[in-house]
Design a protein around this ligand. Structure first.
Ligand code: G
Ligand code: G
Ligand code: NA
Ligand code: MN
Length: 257
């Protein structure tokens, strides 16, 4: 409860930050898009992990407000980067199932899109399998409404959440993000490579782009590139970083281009 009250305060006093982890193009290893990740620096405790406070935000309903704060921040920042031609590719925003279940989301996103003047096709929403699978009819309506505005949709943590693949055919999804659990065990479980290869084939044959997350080594990067994965993301390339840091990195790359 203490953490919930503290989180509430942070939301009221602008205490949350949004960090960005670049994704790289698996063909040329250049930065091509990023994932927005919320960070909370508590005045006394320091950084508290989202793995700790996102579930609290979800249980308490604060996730709605958190989601609005994050989206506003990301739209504004990315709009600026796009106008400066600093960043290539799409920026992904994570959505919890609670956010996705509330039909007000559509209206909020639509209004924010118009007031910030962003290009919807510069953004992707990442949803987990469980978020998408909770209620079929509602899901299709929500996904279609988001797509209609021009945003792309990605399935995050693919392969860990749900045992049925039928939703891939039924829902308008643009991207499949292979969970890092598959990547982590590549060296110790050889069959894992076969799975990854076939997940990539599933995505591509359904006209989705495929992202692999949790790339921590050069070998993993090379492997995923050779398997024709489209984008790769992980500590091997870049850790999540504050927006000023990404901006500096992008500026540097632009100068030396
Ligand atoms: O940033 P990483 O450190 O540890 O994130 C932990 C978890 O928090 C991940 O599952 C990630 O998807 C989730 N997360 C990060 N930022 C956001 C956000 O802005 N909204 C939601 N709903 N989840 C987020
Ligand atoms: O659930 P989601 O996929 O949104 O989680 C994103 C989380 O993954 C973030 O917390 C981010 O810090 C973390 N992450 C990003 N790259 C790596 C990586 O290479 N290794 C590990 N272990 N975690 C990563
Ligand atoms: Na994600
Ligand atoms: Mn993920």
């Amino acid at each position: 409860l203490w953490l919930e009250i503290e989180l509430q305060k942070a939301l009221q006093h602008n205490g949350l930050e949004v960090w960005y982890q670049p994704k790289v193009n698996a063909k040329n290893f250049e930065i091509d898009g990023a994932e927005a990740l919320v960070r909370w620096k508590h005045p006394v405790e320091g950084y508290i992990s989202p793995a700790q406070f996102i579930p609290i935000a979800e249980r308490s309903g604060l996730i709605e407000q958190l989601g609005r704060v994050v989206m506003r921040e990301v739209f504004t920042t990315v709009n600026h980067w796009k106008k400066q031609q600093l960043l290539k590719g799409r920026v992904a925003i994570n959505l919890s199932s609670q956010q996705f279940e509330n039909p007000n989301l559509i209206n909020f996103v639509d209004k924010l899109r118009q007031s910030t003047g962003i290009n919807a096709d510069d953004f992707t929403f990442e949803l987990t399998e469980s978020a998408v699978m909770s209620d079929g009819e509602h899901t299709i309506q929500m996904l279609n409404a988001i797509k209609k505005q021009g945003f792309a949709l990605s399935i995050d943590d693919f392969g860990t959440g749900y045992s049925s693949l039928s939703y891939l055919a039924r829902f308008p999804l643009d991207e499949l993000k292979i969970d890092r659990a598959f990547i982590k065990d590549i060296d110790t479980i050889p069959k894992q490579i076969i799975l990854i290869e076939n997940i990539i084939n599933i995505g591509k044959s359904l006209n989705m782009s495929v992202v692999a997350e949790g790339i921590e080594t050069h070998q993993q990067a090379t492997l995923l590139s050779n398997l024709n994965c489209d984008y790769i993301q992980g500590f091997h390339f870049h850790r999540p970083m504050p927006k000023q840091e990404l901006e500096a990195l992008l500026l540097k790359e632009k100068i030396y281009l």
